[in-house]
Design a protein around this ligand. Structure first.
Ligand code: ASP
Ligand code: MG
Length: 437
């Protein structure tokens, strides 16, 4: 069994859905995970904003426009009049459901129910299209098996058990369709896996059914070795280790949601990134293997704030770092990078919601300095400490750039640099030139 996930752009129009249908009609049993059609989730958020602001007429106007777009897609998608009529009725029923919220109090709970409609629509339409084409397919409602626990973490035991039950209800189908992103929470309410969460759905399903491969289909030909918005001539990386891909996904490569890697890695299921616009392209294969002695890629994450805490009290003391980290924990602020010396420690954060409080608390422990508008540049590859020279090459490439922090040795796969925003373009280009040309 393979799991294939198609993102919003890949199902963004009738023509694109027809392309996806061709791609999934090949040999072998598969579970197909779909996002909402591109733009839909954003529109549903906008509709929810009107409803939060108690403006039902604003919401209704937006709902009507979106519904009309769906009718247009439906008319283009099907050639069988009976199926087209059925699809129109399904679309109308989803939009009537969305409209029903304009009459009641609006809370986060209602918003999540509205957000779920995007994936419910795309999958219902796609299943009908496969039916029209005479494919042997079935729709598996994600709300019957995808669930998160009290900590909003996936409840894998529940998912395994209930997905198996759903599959057993439709034996011997070739194609199973299901919704990405949406799930139920601990209380059984409709919830979701956060924006971009369809990749996560695919990975969780892949792990649950022990898939032979998880394919993430987007509109780019794989993970590139640098950011194409800043560097010309970037190339897709054919092979990445799970840990390399995790670093890249977290530090800027937008193609894959960072949470997606972990379930696949734990279950040791390879993840392949493929391009719907160019299905023959090799893409990127992410697995437990890495290319030896090679730096693979560079990514950058913006809007980083660095905090330095200097203290004579840190010298030869124990427990100092714990006290510092506890402050970040209190304000639920994740730390990305850390560097230490005997008299000080620097950390970076990207969520500055509680920066003021954090700085106030840190001042109890030492002198605190802040640098904002920083960028983490992350270089990934076979960067084991025994591989002499690879780190040196990365550092050498940045010799003209002021570097605020360097982090190396946290894993065998990366070295990260903290630099100023204004040096980003220069740094990325210098790295590409030194490492990939
Ligand atoms: N439709 C959701 C979003 O736009 C989930 C996804 O596409 O992955 O965030
Ligand atoms: Mg996406």
């Amino acid at each position: 069994m393979k799991v294939l996930k198609f993102g919003g752009t890949s199902v963004g129009s009738a023509a694109r859905m027809q392309e996806v249908a061709k791609l999934v009609s090949g040999e072998g049993q598969k579970i197909v995970v779909l996002s909402a059609m591109s733009g839909t989730t954003n529109s549903l958020i906008e509709i929810s904003e009107y409803l939060y602001k108690n403006n039902p007429s604003g919401a209704l106007e937006r709902i009507n426009v979106l519904e009309q777009q769906y009718f247009t897609t439906v008319d283009a998608l099907y050639s069988n009049i009976k199926i087209q009529k059925e699809a129109r009725e399904i679309v109308a029923s989803h939009f009537n459901y969305i409209r029903s919220f304009s009459k009641s109090v609006f809370t986060l709970f209602e918003e999540k129910a509205i957000l779920a409609q995007g994936e419910l629509l795309s999958t219902a339409m796609f299943q009908l299209y496969l039916q029209e084409k005479g494919e042997n397919s079935a729709l598996l409602p994600a709300l019957n098996f995808m669930r998160i626990d009290k900590n909003a973490e996936p409840d894998t035991a529940y998912i395994n058990e209930h997905l198996k039950k759903e599959l057993a209800q439709h034996p011997n189908k070739k194609i199973y369709i299901t919704q990405g992103f949406i799930c139920r929470n601990f209380y059984g309410e409709i919830d979701n896996l956060q924006r971009g969460g369809s990749d996560y759905t695919a990975s969780l399903i892949g792990a649950a059914v022990q898939a032979s491969e998880i394919q993430i289909w987007t509109d780019i030909d794989g993970m590139h070795n640098n950011d194409p918005r800043y560097v010309a001539g970037t190339k897709p990386v054919p092979l990445l280790h799970f840990e390399e891909a995790a670093e890249l996904a977290y530090f800027g490569a937008k193609i894959l949601h960072p949470t997606c890697i972990l379930p696949a890695k734990l279950a040791n299921i390879p993840v392949r990134l493929l391009n719907t616009m160019d299905p023959e392209a090799e893409g990127t294969l992410i697995s437990n293997q890495c290319k030896k002695d090679k730096i693979e890629a560079v990514a950058a994450k913006d809007n980083i704030t660095a905090i330095k805490i200097k203290s004579g009290r840190m010298l030869l003391a124990h427990g100092f770092l714990r006290k510092v980290f506890e402050i970040f924990e209190t304000y639920q602020t994740p730390i990305d990078m850390i560097t230490t010396s005997e008299v000080g420690v620097s950390v970076t954060i990207d969520n500055t919601k509680h920066l003021e409080e954090i700085l106030n608390d840190l001042k109890k422990f030492g002198t605190v300095m802040v640098d904002s508008n920083m960028v983490i540049v992350c270089v990934v590859g076979d960067l084991h400490h025994k591989n002499l020279g690879l780190q040196a090459k990365a550092v050498e490439a940045l010799k003209e750039i002021p570097i605020r922090m360097i982090s190396y040795g946290g894993s065998n796969y990366n070295i990260s640099f903290l630099i100023r925003q204004e040096d980003k373009k220069r740094a990325l280009n210098a790295l590409s030139k030194a490492l990939f040309e």
